[in-house]
Design a protein around this ligand. Sequence first.
Ligand SMILES: *Cc1c(COP(=O)(O)O)cnc(C)c1O
Length: 223
Amino acid sequence: MSIASNIQSFNDLLKNTQARLIAVSKTKPNEDLLAAYKTGQRAFGENKVQELARKSAELPNDIEWHMIGHLQRNKVKYLAPFIHLIHGVDSLRLLQEINKQAAKHDRVINCLLQVYIADEETKFGLSEEEVKELLRSEAFKELNNIKVVGLMGMATNTDDQTQIRQEFRSLKTLFEELKTFSSSNVEMNEISMGMTGDYQIACEEGSTMVRIGSAIFGARNYH
Ligand SMILES: *Cc1c(COP(=O)(O)O)cnc(C)c1O
């Protein structure tokens, strides 16, 4: 299967869902991204700041770049001029830095709050309580150069479909609850959930963005 036909298949699969495709191109060469681009794909996800910044400089500038990995505060400045959406925001301090760098470029940067839904040891993601606390805080309300447009979550890496479904459902439930939350810098529209292994369940549970890497570009070679 070619990259172009894989993209085509996903577009067909997603037609009857609410989700759109974020092509996760981390570790892949520019030629692979261009093969996807030629089919009309414009949303690409990367998880390393340096790689994302380099590719954005080398590839067509109507690409929509999504930062899907963990973002360190000292690297926000490299993405601030152009990033379309930051998926993995997991602290107020990070939001404050994004806000500061966005202001320098006279932009409003869209962000998703990463919520910890898995039953796994991981450093990243906010609990439901922490999400609510963050959104209610006075410090958050002052941030005019960011907008929280939704939530992002990753399910446990397991074969237990019931568990995966429950985890996605808990994210959707929180999302619906937060939709009633009113603030000028919050507009809950997006739920980023689902990857190659679990996108079908994620779509059934209301995902609006699936982040697909290996099913499009093939297995990744880390070296
Ligand atoms: C790598 C990555 C993906 C894509 O993973 P695949 O299993 O290759 O589809 C999705 N989301 C995040 C946060 C990732 O780091």
